[in-house]
Write a protein that binds this ligand. Sequence first.
Ligand code: SAH
Length: 226
Amino acid sequence: MRIDILTIFPAMFDGPFSHSIIRRAVEKGHAEIHLHDIRDYTEDKHRRVDDYPFGGGAGMVMMVEPVDRLIGNLRRERDYDEVIYMSPDGQLLDQPVANRISSLENIIILCGHYKGVDERIREHLVTMEVSVGDYVLSGGELPAAVLTDAVIRLIPGVLGDETSALSDSFQDQLLSPPVYTRPSDYKGWKVPDILLSGHDRKIDEWRHEQALKRTRERRPGLFKGE
Ligand code: SAH
């Protein structure tokens, strides 16, 4: 899978992409991530990519031209399955959305800033809009990093244990059961006996019961697909 990220702050991705699972996925060739600085595509001599909103009001708006030129360049090289704009009024990112995006070949992710991007970018260039939640962040970079992580860990071969992503919360409309590791007794805080029993079938049953209980208590709506 190839992900092209369009941003005015490419350095914001240095941290999240240079560690752990995303880094390993890129090193092993499961995913390619390309960062593009939108400022490299403006002809303005001050490298400005934003301007005042028509009609007045507070905040700046990201201009069409640099984004159009950048997307045009990328599209001349290859076809893209989706051009995704990270936006608080987009489709809420959940596990089914991440699953669907992870099956795509090439995607572009556009990060907005300031008051957002000129609406014509959304009308003519963007094919999908994704929100990470009902709150407003200062820019699309953190949301793009969240989406990238959610998607890349689902690509087959990325997680060492092939079944691991499938047993995560939400994959089967259930939250994950509790997990424990050594020591089995810490200051009298004990691990449930069943997990130490070596009885695989009983352990599976217990985990399933715990997943049901946790889902009922915390997210009953998940049973109804909410
Ligand atoms: N004025 C806009 C918010 C702009 S925030 C509005 O009220 O809808 C600036 C940028 O941050 C956006 O262009 C978007 O790319 C990003 N952003 C902020 N909150 C986000 C969220 N919850 N999900 C995805 N992207 C978000």
